[in-house]
Design a protein around this ligand. Structure first.
Ligand SMILES: Cc1cc2nc3c(=O)[nH]c(=O)nc-3n(C[C@H](O)[C@H](O)[C@H](O)COP(=O)(O)OP(=O)(O)OC[C@H]3O[C@@H](n4cnc5c(N)ncnc54)[C@H](O)[C@@H]3O)c2cc1C
Length: 477
């Protein structure tokens, strides 16, 4: 029972102890639930069979049997209310169903059970502790925030919002062992996500979004795609306030921290639970790292890449080569709808620019649709590269290790299979000086991660291929 609950916690506790990512832990939560449901169904079936015999009175005689029946009905609703189609199209209903029925089911299980009460209590307390701690951290962040939780929301596209949540940054090291067990306070690891709540949009809902910034920026930046529920309501709210500000000007009667600097920016009070950290292997140990991002998957990939490059740089200064290659071969492959989408991440790309210019990383952006950015004559980030308007083909020199450019590939969808093949071939395996270990990280919507995983797995057992580690940060639930 405690394992079943622990697997659904949002903090870093289970991740730190087991190395399981949140996504994998939830997988266990689901399967342990299905296993217990099967066992409970067998129990109900056997008991029902005996009750149905003529020698037994059909009506349950003791309250504990009634509790058992109610508990089983709730368990049934929990399991069947959790099917993918309900989660996809009616997430709110799924959450409400989950909370109400799990509460009643646990209470009934507690009353029904004679011998395993302790397990139920331990399990519930672990979950409650996780929720309460997450909430307390959220309140603390909000109270200590330089703007009392007021955050900036900006529409950067027809279906994308950039949220900037100011945070009081603490100087503590997020990598201390005890910090691995708790939510991080005032800091986070690259690739972490928070559960965002905007009370004016929905009082109860908390939604996960990856932090597209590093703690040194002092802000939690989130790039949010409009879907059909909370994100759509948030988009419409921000749009309505922005349009009003553009028409009537900014409201001057509010406190300074509530006043936006620009009428295009909307200030709303936001809070969050978390941050929760991802769990991937230390990337610095790999000879080569290939990052794959689709659309807002860059929120995960770019901070992780920047963090890796900054860590390598710090170790370079110290001449510390222990447990890492002298030269890492790092590439980012990023597929976007329009070239201008890269501007959502201007802060991160500006920080990546020195590394791009010095050839420590190369970024290839695959642009699905033509847009006005193609005609811009200068590079928006000042990267020492070819003009943004230049069409660079995958077959061209774009894969050489020494080419210090940020490249744009137009109207050619990202071909993961071809990219991986070229990436691995350019690692020159199995020559003496070649690279031997490769980490592949991916992030994106839908089946993107699965596609990268599938393509990567083809190289797992091949001849003359590097040792490959794969990690996917999934946006699916
Ligand atoms: C770890 C993680 C990080 C994410 N990071 C980002 C990000 O940086 N940018 C981004 O645009 N999206 C991100 N997502 C996806 C984002 O959380 C969902 O798109 C958002 O919650 C949808 O809200 P909605 O009510 O508008 O969704 P709906 O239109 O109602 O549903 C769309 C999909 O979102 C899922 N969903 C709905 N509510 C929730 C919820 N409370 N928690 C989890 N999933 C939910 C549903 O299963 C459904 O498949 C991330 C998801 C996860 C799990």
């Amino acid at each position: 029972m405690p394992a079943f609950f622990l697997a659904a916690t949002k903090g870093d506790f289970i991740t730190a102890l087991t190395g399981l990512t949140y996504e994998r832990a939830v997988f266990f939560h689901t399967w342990l639930a299905i296993l217990s449901f099967s066992l409970v169904t067998a129990h109900v079936g056997i008991v029902g069979f005996y009750w149905a015999r003529p020698s037994y009175d059909i009506i349950p005689k003791y309250p504990k049997y009634v509790y058992g029946i109610i508990g089983y009905v709730c368990f049934f609703c929990l399991v069947f209310g959790n099917i993918a189609i309900i989660r996809r199209y009616a997430f709110d209903f799924f959450m409400l169903n989950h909370r109400v029925h799990s509460f009643i089911m646990l209470l009934m299980a507690f009353l029904h059970n004679d011998k395993a009460k302790a397990m139920i209590i331990v399990g519930i307390h672990l979950l409650v502790l996780d929720k309460v701690l997450g909430r307390v951290y959220g309140i603390l962040h909000s109270k200590k925030s330089p703007t009392k939780g007021f955050s900036e929301f900006e529409l950067v596209d027809d279906d994308t919002i950039r949220a900037t949540v100011p945070v009081k940054i603490s100087k503590t090291n997020p990598n201390n062992w005890y910090r691995l067990l708790l939510f991080k306070y005032g800091t986070w690891l690259a690739g972490s996500h928070v559960y965002l709540n905007v009370k004016k949009v929905d009082f109860f809902q908390h939604h996960p979004f990856v932090i597209a910034s590093l703690p040194s920026s002092g802000n939690i930046t989130l790039i949010i795609k409009k879907r059909n529920g909370f994100t759509k309501k948030l988009f419409e709210k921000v749009k309505a306030i922005r349009d009003e500000q553009l028409a009537n000007g900014i409201n001057e009667d509010v406190a300074e921290h509530q006043k936006p600097s620009d009428p295009n920016i909307v200030k709303l009070k936001a809070s969050f639970r978390g941050p929760s950290s991802p769990k991937y292997q230390p990337l610095i140990t790999f000879d080569s790292v290939a990052f794959f991002a689709h659309d807002t998957g860059a929120s995960f990939v770019l901070p992780v890449c920047l963090d890796l490059l900054q860590t390598i740089e710090k170790r370079e200064v110290l001449k510390d080569y222990l447990g890492r290659p002298a030269h890492s071969y790092i590439k980012v492959y990023w597929s976007v709808k329009k070239a201008s989408d890269v501007l959502w991440y201007n802060d991160l790309i500006t920080k990546l620019t020195p590394f791009i210019n010095s050839g420590k990383v190369s970024i290839t952006v695959f642009v699905e649709e033509d847009d006005e950015m193609k005609t811009i004559e200068h590079n928006p980030f000042g990267v020492d590269s070819k003009k943004i308007s230049e069409v660079v083909s995958v077959e061209s020199d774009s894969f050489s290790v020494s080419n210090p450019t940020m490249k744009y590939v137009y109207e050619e969808p990202m071909n993961v299979s071809k990219i991986l093949q070229t990436h691995i071939a350019s690692m020159n395996f199995p020559e003496q000086e070649s690279y031997r270990s490769l980490a592949v990280l991916s992030c994106g919507y839908g089946s993107f991660g699965e596609e990268v995983e599938y393509e990567t797995s083809k190289y797992r057992w091949g001849k003359d291929v590097p040792n490959i580690y794969f990690y996917n940060e999934s946006y699916n639930t």
